[in-house]
Design a protein. Structure first.
Length: 130
């Protein structure tokens, strides 16, 4: 089982971030964090990488349900979605597969929640692939 879903968006990096944010919102996710890895690695290590941003996406009702089912699940939240420029006008968007990442936790209720969130994140990626 792969640990992520991915697609290529034919657009600029900044437009791709907006499209991802909008697609996540459609599925009930908000963005809790936005990490600019290009800027962070330049500042901390003085290295250059292609544009790469990590969005920490959260669907509050499902996050709440997950916390009720497993109080340490916060170690695996939020759901990360990465946007990375592969070439000018070619941006790869990848989202974590929560069902894959939750396999280590033996909790039937959590598996159900992760499966539902998985479907929502798959819809986001499928929407972007159009």
């Amino acid at each position: 089982m792969s640990y992520y879903f991915s697609t290529i968006v034919n657009d600029s990096f900044s437009n791709a971030i907006q499209k991802v944010t909008d697609a996540l919102k459609t599925e009930g996710f908000g963005i809790l964090t936005e990490i600019d890895m290009k800027a962070t690695l330049k500042k901390k290590l003085d290295v250059d990488i292609a544009p790469y941003t990590i969005l920490g996406a959260c669907n509050p009702p499902f996050a709440y349900q997950a916390l009720q089912a497993e109080d340490k699940i916060g170690t695996m939240l939020p759901c990360n979605v990465i946007i990375q420029e592969k070439a000018p006008g070619k941006v790869e968007v990848s989202a974590v597969d929560p069902a894959a990442s939750m396999q280590a936790i033996q909790n039937v209720e959590l598996e159900k929640i992760a499966g539902t969130v998985r479907k929502k994140l798959q819809k986001v990626i499928q929407h972007l692939a159009k």
